[in-house]
Design a protein around this ligand. Structure first.
Ligand code: NAD
Length: 318
């Protein structure tokens, strides 16, 4: 099978690309190296993929290039490219969110609509589409009400997937990821920053009380969900992809400090606009239709991310 992975130099995209290659597929990867975090990090995410003869890389912005030729012979599109990050989505940087999240997705869907080869379009959506709610767990049937500009753009792109599916029969699947962690996690994300502080034996800066909860999901489980969404027949639509247990941030920090082997030192600062208090996935739809079952426990996943932070080695996802 020939697969297109967009955002292939990013955290999730690079793991997904490696798994697809390991399974014997051909991968065309696209990334435009947005400056949200350093290109050197993205180049190192790509290092293993670049060694494979089954991998072709295109450095390009999906919102600007002609896409029909990129899709030639492609069977499945895994659309991971986006401007991520909740907190940076306020103010003047919003333009980059509409460009990379909404316009790029619309252009890609338009090209897929005209493609003869693509039979599935998998979109990396987000739990941020749900917003601030006490109605937990979050279900695909709940009314999405994003709480950040980022969430608005992720939901807009998800709606685009649905309407290209319903109007033109493009076979789209949207996977709503719940906070992803693991080796290569983006440097702006919580676990990445917490582990770095602990390794320097410095206080960890935490927004709010620490009592906020998240359904943290290990990156290999996210890759599993993508593969199932790309390959299974009759699974179009929207799915929650969570890690299988909801825990407080305080619990995560205590486990992390124990694994790093340092006492926990905290520097609490005020909550940030756009951050929701709780997330929890009802992942029963993904379990029943995609056969999705998270395999990596929080403790094991944290140990793997800490190992990566120590050695720089990100073992290929299994
Ligand atoms: N990491 C999480 O916890 C999380 C949670 C929910 C949803 N998601 C979604 O998962 C996807 C992957 O997230 P990530 O954490 O790996 O982010 P990332 O920033 O590491 O990767 C995204 C990549 O996409 C590239 N990109 C952005 N716009 C592009 C464009 N127009 N053309 C080509 N390349 C472009 C960037 O350069 C980057 O390398 C994103 O769609 C994100 O919204 C992530």
């Amino acid at each position: 099978m020939r697969c297109l992975v967009t955002g292939v130099a990013g955290f999730v995209g690079s793991h997904l690309g490696e798994r697809l290659i390991a399974q014997g597929h051909e991968v065309v990867g696209v990334d435009c190296f947005t400056d949200y975090y350093p290109r050197t990090i993205k180049e190192s995410n790509l290092a293993t993929l670049r060694k494979s003869p089954a991998f072709t890389f295109l450095s390009a912005d999906l919102a600007r290039i002609e896409l029909a030729s990129v899709l030639e012979g492609v069977d499945v599109v895994y659309h991971q490219a986006a401007q991520a990050g909740v907190r940076a989505s306020w103010g003047s940087t919003f333009e980059s969110y509409t460009h990379h999240n909404v316009l790029a997705t619309q252009r890609l869907l338009e090209a897929v609509k005209g493609s003869k080869s693509v039979r599935r379009f998998v979109y990396a959506s987000s739990s941020s589409v749900y917003g601030e709610t006490t109605d937990l767990p979050m279900r695909e049937t709940s009314l999405p009400r994003p709480f950040s500009p980022y969430g608005v753009t992720k939901l807009a792109a998800e709606h685009l997937c649905e309407l290209y599916r319903n109007n033109f029969g493009v076979s789209t699947v949207s996977l709503r990821y719940f906070t992803v962690y693991g080796p290569r996690q983006r440097p702006d994300m919580g676990f990445h920053k917490f582990i770095a502080s602990m390794m320097r034996d410095e206080p960890v800066t935490v927004f709010g009380s620490g009592e906020q909860t998240r359904d943290f999901t290990f990156v290999d489980d996210i890759v599993d969900a993508n593969i199932a969404a790309g390959e299974k027949d009759g699974v179009e639509g929207v799915y929650n992809i969570g890690g299988g247990s909801r825990v407080t941030l305080q619990h995560v920090l205590e486990t992390m400090a124990e694994l790093v082997g340092v006492p926990l030192k905290l520097n609490r600062i005020e909550e940030q606009a756009g951050d929701v208090h709780h997330t929890e996935a009802d992942a029963s739809r993904a379990r029943d239709r995609l056969g999705y079952k998270p395999r990596v426990s929080l403790r094991d996943g944290l140990a793997r991310q800490i190992e990566w932070a120590r050695t720089g080695a990100a073992p290929a996802s299994s």
